[in-house]
Design a protein around this ligand. Structure first.
Ligand code: SF4
Ligand code: F3S
Ligand code: FES
Length: 249
């Protein structure tokens, strides 16, 4: 079944823009990205959109559809009624480059601030051993496709540009949790570093990041809350506290 859908798309650049209305053909089985491509092919050849895989795996086509952060290639048109106007806007938390394309370099900067895995001393490469249970724990976090929808959604930075410098965001706090839980990582203060240097304390576990994750990663429950617990446990552990006092002398 085909029908003509009403689409409203944000057009503009860093200087400003506006929502523009279009009528576009929709066919059975199509997703929002198909409609954006049809718009480009038939009415707006200069409409800017970032995409790559059209299979929910590259993380490029993130945008807001009817105000909800989503991957356009994984949002079926059958989600909406044919009478509904479908509004597509760029991710709100990052600066617009053009139309639906945003500058996501904030995320790359945050990624660079996290020290990479530190191999254990005295263990030769190829001799690393860890329990299957520990492998599985971090496997969930490694499903991340870096779509940055969680980063876009978290209220700590969504409307608070001023927090960006101090807050790594859920995706990169999750990366720290992954390293913190890695039994072979020789950098032993990941949780404390997340707290002291990457803004873990800003997270008040609203779970909005988890709700929008297209990979259904339990970011809050399995990464952020355990990371918070580890940071607090060590800070208030009497033996750790005594050790830090003795070391300071
Ligand atoms: Fe996207 Fe989920 Fe990764 Fe966040 S954690 S960047 S929402 S895949
Ligand atoms: Fe933000 Fe997720 Fe925490 S939305 S406040 S990082 S639980
Ligand atoms: Fe790759 Fe949508 S185009 S995730």
């Amino acid at each position: 079944m085909s029908y003509q859908a009403r689409f409203r798309v944000w057009r503009g650049d860093e200087a400003g823009g506006e929502l523009t209305d279009y009528e576009v053909e929709v066919n059975e089985g199509e997703v929002v990205l198909d409609i954006v491509h049809r718009l480009q092919a038939t009415q707006t050849p200069d409409l800017a959109v970032r995409w790559n895989c059209k299979a929910g795996k590259c993380g490029s086509c993130s945008a807001e559809v009817n105000g909800r952060p989503r991957l356009m290639c994984m949002t079926r048109m059958s989600t909406f009624s044919p009478e509904e106007t479908v509004t597509i806007t760029p991710m709100r938390t990052f600066p617009v480059i053009k139309d639906l394309v945003t500058d996501v370099s904030f995320n790359y900067e945050k990624a660079r601030e996290i020290p990479s895995f530190q191999p254990p001393e005295g263990v030769a490469a190829g001799e690393y051993r860890m329990a299957q249970e520990d492998v599985q724990r971090s496997q969930e976090f490694r499903k991340c496709i870096e779509c940055f929808l969680c980063q876009n959604t978290c209220h700590v930075v969504r409307d608070h540009e001023e927090n960006k410098a101090a807050f790594a965001g859920p995706r990169f706090l999750m990366r720290q949790a992954e390293l913190e839980m890695h039994p072979l990582d020789a950098r032993k203060r990941r949780a404390e570093e997340a707290q002291e240097e990457h803004g873990l304390g800003y997270c008040n576990i609203t779970k909005c990041c988890t709700e929008v994750c297209p990979e259904h990663i339990h970011i809050t429950d399995n990464a952020l809350i355990p990371l918070k617990e580890r940071a607090v446990d060590r800070k208030y552990d009497p033996l750790v506290w005594l050790g830090s006092k003795i070391r300071r002398r």
